[in-house]
Design a protein around this ligand. Structure first.
Ligand code: PLP
Length: 461
């Protein structure tokens, strides 16, 4: 661990806090330790999915159940959750509407390779809420983004895509890139560090420019080789980077001007308000993608598109002369996911749920701001609806700035400290979500524990 000094934090105090909190975790998670030992025999890294070890605990924490805002672990410790499965459970864990949809529909056929009766109705509900006439379903947001990019290339006949430096759109090969500022603002990319087992240069057909940089964006689009720009309206995967005034409007104007499709990935910014960020800001994307929480945590994602894109898709299908499309996955659009999607549209994405989420997030955001000011820390809080993030400096303009501000050792220490006091944050950076069931009392619990932590590791300089 790198405990190098930075303003406001005493690195020696930070180091000893981590040692003590690790010991405390071990003492209070003995059943998880036993389960971890058993799991290590059969699971890679001792967990069903290798990134479950990204939680910086001495051994994995095993969950007994999660309901509403609360997670209970195998030792009976209870946590107020602000991670919500990194957004999948943003509307609360196992919402009654989803539990009911699973119970009622699970017995009537889970997957039949045919559309379920409710498909027409759900399509209409998607169109009404998100404002795009045509839809497709996949299992994950990764799959939806991958399909959206393929369609965009096929429709436009252009080879390249553009993303924003520091983005994350799932494990879609061609978005796993970083910009190469050493090339100036030509948009060139290299593969992200650490990729495992890729067989080709994933950066070969991808340009990347800094978020909020209209000039760099236009220079790449002006080459008329870009099939699509794929973007989150607010970057949420490299800390949180908010769009500057007018940036998204220019993004829409420039993509239209240069014949490039705009894919807006709202897998995280569904937190913004009912209908997502695109509806709130009237972004008018050509393709709109969302996964994770869209069906209340049931594996499901959707992408919606305009009538022009749909007619382009039909043209491509007509002209391709048969064969495998290279898009799909067998369980996409299965009946159970469709039932949960409908339950989510009807009962989770309601005005009152969004209002409750907003209120809790606003309360938490203000509390964090007060806390950092009281401790004289030059930190900031970003918020997009129910989603918040604090960072260790001033609000970043782009991914590279946000990355420079990151401080993984401090993040891990804070997360561990909070976890030991019954508060869960996502293991990546400092993201917090407020569900419809999150109250000011839950937020106060986070704020109090964080204040205690900062008092212990804070320094005068
Ligand atoms: C903006 C965004 N898009 C897509 C994804 C991919 O989601 P999934 O891993 O469920 O495929 C993520 C995952 O974090 C994401 O943050």
């Amino acid at each position: 661990m790198n405990y190098a000094r930075r303003p406001g934090i005493d690195s020696a105090a930070l180091r000893s806090l981590v040692t003590r909190e690790n010991e405390s975790f071990l003492a209070t998670h003995r059943e998880s330790a036993r389960l971890a030992a058993g799991s290590a025999a059969h699971w890679l890294n001792g967990v069903p999915m290798h990134w479950m070890r990204d939680w910086n605990t001495p051994h994995p924490l095993f969950v007994k159940r999660a309901r509403g805002v609360e997670v209970e672990d195998a030792d009976g410790n209870r946590y107020v959750d602000f991670c919500f499965g990194d957004t999948g459970a943003m509307f609360g864990h196992s919402p009654p509407a989803i539990a009911r949809a699973l119970a009622e529909n699970g017995a009537d056929g889970i997957t039949a390779m045919l559309p379920a009766e409710r498909a027409a109705r759900v399509g209409e509900k998607l169109a009404n809420l998100f404002g795009l006439p045509f839809w497709q379903m996949t299992q994950t947001a990764t799959d939806a983004n991958r399909a959206a990019l393929r369609w965009a290339r096929a429709i436009s006949g252009r080879p390249r895509i553009l993303c924003f430096d520091g983005c994350y759109h799932g494990t879609v090969d061609e978005t796993l890139v970083r910009a190469m500022p050493e090339l100036g603002d030509k948009g060139g990319t290299r593969p992200r560090a650490g990729l495992i087992g890729v067989s080709h240069d994933v950066s070969a057909a991808t340009d990347a420019v800094p978020f909020n940089d209209v000039a760099a964006l236009e220079r790449v689009l002006a080459r008329s080789r870009t099939a699509a720009v794929i973007a989150e309206p607010v970057m949420t995967n490299i800390g949180m980077v908010l769009p500057e005034e007018g940036f998204l409007r220019r993004l829409r104007e420039l993509t239209r001007k240069h014949g490039t499709l705009l894919i807006i990935d709202e897998t995280h910014t569904l937190s913004t308000q009912r209908g997502g960020y695109s509806r709130a800001a009237d972004l008018q994307p050509d393709i709109w993608v969302c996964g994770k929480a869209i069906a209340g945590g049931m594996p499901c994602a959707v992408f919606g598109f305009t009538a022009e894109v749909e007619s382009g898709m039909r043209r491509v299908q007509r002209d391709r002369g048969g064969g495998h499309s290279g898009m799909g996955t067998t369980l996409s659009g299965n009946a159970l996911a469709l039932a949960c999607l409908e339950a989510s549209l009807d009962e989770l994405m309601t005005p009152s749920n969004y209002q409750a989420m907003q209120e809790a997030a606003s309360y938490l955001s203000e509390g964090l701001g007060r806390l950092f000011a009281a401790q004289s820390l030059p930190w900031h809080v970003g918020r997009v609806g129910a989603r918040l993030e604090f960072g260790f400096g001033k609000p970043p303009r782009n991914g590279a700035e946000s990355e420079r501000e990151a401080w993984p050792e401090l993040e891990h220490a804070i997360h561990l400290y909070l976890l030991n006091r019954g508060v869960l944050l996502t293991p990546f950076h400092n993201m917090m979500l407020c569900s419809p069931l999150t109250t000011s009392a839950h937020a106060d619990r986070l704020l109090k524990s964080l204040a205690d932590c900062l008092r212990e590791i804070g320094s005068a300089s």
